[in-house]
Design a binder for this molecule. Structure first.
Ligand SMILES: [Zn+2]
Length: 356
């Protein structure tokens, strides 16, 4: 059993984007309800994080963007973008969300934790240097990757983003550098419009942005194949010192916003392969951060699957199982890329990543 740090805080349940907004409080509450069960709680560490400092946020976002978000503090309702709205404590929650991911990195670097899961809201991966968008205020994972560079002198950080949507904000934060490798699987074309396979980075960063755009209908075996044949081989070649995951459960088969069909076993398998990659490359250092996901059962079961794989054993709690049976594990570990569109992506990326 590993030392897995879980970041949770009541503040993350106080960011309220308003009635009928899909990024609602319950999507985190259903996960907390499981994590708070005594038999689950005793398995994890629950560190207390500090809010991110303004200069840490501004390692990714410009001053005007920081100010726009900070001015929402104390207001019952404010609008940052057509679908990004805030309540009085959203700003504080956003600072603590970024601070939690940074704390997770600090704990792994010091050996106080082996890995972790930041169960935070608001999400982050759409937030760009100069704007909040797509339910995201500050880019939690990008801010944390910058922190890993500055506070821990890391020069190879790998970010895997399996959210349904392309993480435009994260991609563009590191588009011109090789010190952060960004890999995304996402439904395409779809919101936010970016994430074509031809977006590979610029200058020193060319090849260090990897996009796997997908048409709807991909399930466990398709995702397993992409991890087996594209993501893990690229990771082994890159040899990251730290792995960060933008985990969206909106690729779950019942998600109202998405067209993918991943089950909890699929989430378990993807996590398992990345834990293995982290063991191979960086003493097991992998930190998962919650992004999207809009089906409450998908949120809960997906998060349980990820937590179990991080921990290295099933949670053994009522009604929520070990989702990855040996049989499914074997099936997925043998999965190979079969969709023509994915084969084409793999071939296009071979220019940068020869998959030896
Ligand atoms: Zn999403």
């Amino acid at each position: 059993m590993r030392k897995t740090a879980v970041f949770k805080d009541r503040l993350f349940l106080m960011h309220d984007p308003g009635a009928n907004h899909p990024e609602r409080i319950d999507r985190l509450r259903v996960i907390y309800d499981v994590v708070e069960r005594p038999e689950v709680r005793e398995k994890f560490l629950f560190p207390v994080a500090d809010p991110a400092q303004p200069e840490q946020i501004q390692a990714v976002h410009d001053q005007a963007q920081f100010d726009r978000v900070s001015r929402t503090q104390g207001k019952d309702f404010d609008i940052l973008d057509a679908d990004t709205t805030t309540s009085s404590r959203s700003y504080e929650a956003a600072l603590l969300a970024a601070g939690s991911v940074m704390k997770g990195i600090d704990m792994m670097m010091s050996g106080d934790a082996d890995n972790g899961f930041a169960l935070v809201r608001p999400p982050g991966h759409h937030a760009e240097r100069d704007r909040s968008m797509g339910f995201c205020l500050f880019n939690n994972v990008a801010i944390a990757a910058r922190h890993a560079q500055r506070a821990h002198q890391l020069d190879r950080v790998m970010i895997i983003d399996w959210d349904l949507h392309h993480g435009n904000g994260t991609q563009f934060s590191f588009y011109g550098e090789k010190e952060v490798l960004y890999l995304s699987t996402h439904q395409y074309p779809y919101y936010p419009g970016t994430g074509n396979v031809a977006e590979v980075g610029v200058g020193d960063g060319e090849g260090y942005t990897v996009n796997v755009p997908l048409s709807p209908g991909c399930g466990d075996l398709e995702y397993a194949a992409i991890f087996n044949e594209i993501i893990i081989p690229i990771g082994i070649s890159y040899q990251p010192q730290l792995i960060l995951v933008s985990a969206g459960f909106d690729i779950y088969h019942g998600d109202p916003l998405g067209g993918m069909s991943v089950s909890p076993a699929g989430f378990a398998y993807m996590t398992k392969t990345l834990v293995g990659l982290a063991d191979t490359c960086c003493d097991g250092r992998i930190l998962v951060t919650l992004e999207g996901g809009y089906n409450l059962k998908g949120q809960r079961d997906g998060a349980v699957a990820v937590l179990a794989e991080l921990l290295g054993e099933p949670l053994n709690t009522e009604g929520l199982g070990a989702y990855l049976s040996d049989e499914l594990d074997q099936q997925m570990s043998k999965a190979t890329v079969s969709r023509l569109e994915v084969t084409e992506v793999k071939d296009a990326l071979a220019k940068y990543w020869p998959y030896q």
